[in-house]
Write a new protein. Structure first.
Length: 98
């Protein structure tokens, strides 16, 4: 199992719609969840780009805050997952078709 599959499994609640009633970080979480949930390979690049832009915008807004805050940790984790999703789908786009 690749690291991407492990992270996708960890994000299984997001993919299957089992989400908390209220988003903890709505400034970027909506776009992130849309990218993680996207099953259409043709739309995935656009979703990943939108999520990355939202996350980077929020990171810029929080530069003056300590890196150990809950949101900063969540932002870093989200960026890591997006990079893995992007690399997995570039290298192995047919995996989502099985």
């Amino acid at each position: 199992m690749t690291a991407v599959h492990a992270l996708k499994r960890a994000a299984g609640d997001v993919r299957e719609g089992r989400l908390p009633a209220a988003m903890q970080f709505p400034d970027w979480q909506r776009e992130f969840e849309a990218a993680v949930r996207e099953n259409d390979y043709a739309k995935l690049a656009e979703r990943l780009q939108a999520a990355q832009a939202a996350i980077l915008s929020r990171l810029r807004a929080k530069l003056d805050r300590p890196p150990g805050t809950l949101e900063r940790i969540a932002l870093n984790d989200a960026i890591h997952l997006l990079r893995l999703l992007r690399s997995e789908n570039v290298l192995y786009p047919e995996w989502d078709k099985s």
